[in-house]
Design a protein around this ligand. Structure first.
Ligand SMILES: NC(=O)c1ccc[n+]([C@@H]2O[C@H](COP(=O)([O-])OP(=O)(O)OC[C@H]3O[C@@H](n4cnc5c(N)ncnc54)[C@H](OP(=O)(O)O)[C@@H]3O)[C@@H](O)[C@H]2O)c1
Length: 328
């Protein structure tokens, strides 16, 4: 796969992440006392670790009822969020995002136990050490980092689980990465085809799946907001985060990565600021789309904003999922 080389290896990705933190930028805004989430329900994936866990704590502090959709950390991480936020309105739901049935179960449980959701945050992702086949036959990183968000969002809409009749617009927040700019082209021909890879290609593929996710976010906003703005679809890159994202790195590199991440990368608590801002800020109310890198407003890569790419990706993903015998 052709790439622009900023994220084509773990070394380049780390370096690019670090240098991005030293560029001076204008901040988009700050949360104020009026940006409370009392009475609102948030569903967030990947809330057992890193950015997702930190976001769950912050949103609970702002008064939201938080549903942590996780595949591990039940009940310990929920207890941690309750304790640190001082809120009792924190729930946990199991989901394995590499499994369509599990995502469907999550949505059915949410419907039964919580009803309508105000803010959906698609945050979970994996940086895999190599290709792994999921139950459906799709590659795990492709499934978790892109297809699961598409499927979860489509099901939430299909089940009418996003609150459309509230005072504020429902928000869908997609955690992305600036690495989505790196791939030069879409590989439509091999879309969804399981192809073996090893660690050497992981970072490139990670960027490619973030490009798919960014393109989906852009298309989702267009589809939901045809005549008027009904939904806010937001995307963001948190910048480099000292999380567990490199957990599958070869053990020989882990001590050095820990040191580099510890010194240069931001803590999840600091790094979750754009996720929290896009979820809670009144200044974002009424917008159909926004993209933040750290706390700076940017546009997505033009490939991701391209209408033809968005429409093609939407249809191809739907066909892929249906072709696997999975109903949307
Ligand atoms: N770290 C960075 O430098 C960086 C930079 C840009 C963007 N991001 C993005 O930030 C988001 C959060 O990542 P992070 O840095 O916080 O990494 P992290 O600490 O590794 O957290 C990833 C989360 O995703 C969950 N997850 C992975 N596979 C899953 C599956 N099959 N089913 C359900 N949950 C699954 C993990 O659950 P378990 O705990 O059970 O494994 C974990 O909660 C990701 O979208 C990532 O791409 C991170």
């Amino acid at each position: 796969m052709e790439s622009n080389k900023k994220y084509n290896s773990p070394f380049m990705a780390t370096l690019t992440g670090i240098t991005s933190l030293f560029v001076k930028r204008e901040r988009v805004g700050v949360l104020s006392d009026r940006d409370r989430l009392d009475g609102k329900k948030v569903l967030i994936t990947g809330a057992s670790s890193g950015l997702g866990l930190a976001t769950a704590k912050e949103l609970a502090r702002l008064g939201a009822e938080v549903i942590m959709a996780v595949r591990s950390g039940i009940p310990a991480k929920g207890e941690e969020v309750r304790k640190e936020s001082g809120s009792a309105k924190v729930h946990m739901q199991f989901v394995d995002l590499s499994d369509f049935d599990s995502i469907k179960n999550l949505v059915e449980n949410v419907k039964r136990e919580f009803g309508k959701i105000d803010i959906l945050i698609c945050n979970a992702a994996v940086v895999a050490s190599g290709a792994r086949k999921t139950k459906s036959g799709l590659e795990e990183m492709f499934m978790v980092n892109y297809v699961s968000s598409y499927y979860l969002v489509r099901l939430m809409l299909e089940y009418k689980l996003m609150r459309e009749d509230g005072v504020d617009l429902p928000r869908i927040v997609i955690v992305n990465s600036e690495s989505h700019r790196d791939p030069k082209v879409f590989d439509w021909e091999n879309f969804g085809v399981f192809q073996p890879y090893t660690m050497g290609k992981t970072v490139q593929l990670y960027g490619y799946y973030k490009l798919l996710l960014a393109t989906f976010a852009s298309e989702l906003s267009r589809r939901l907001n045809k005549d008027k703005t009904n939904y806010s679809v937001f995307a963001l890159c948190p910048g480099p985060v000292h999380s567990n994202i490199a957990r599958e790195a070869p053990s020989i590199f882990k001590p050095i990565l820990n040191i580099v991440f510890g010194i240069f990368f931001r803590s999840p608590k600091d790094a979750c600021e754009p996720v929290v801002y896009l979820s809670a800020s009144k200044d974002e109310e009424g917008k159909a789309f926004d993209y933040l890198f750290l706390m700076q407003r940017k546009t997505l890569d033009e490939k991701a904003e391209d209408r033809a790419n968005g429409a093609k990706l939407w249809e191809m993903t739907e066909d892929l999922i249906k072709g696997l015998g999975v109903k949307i």
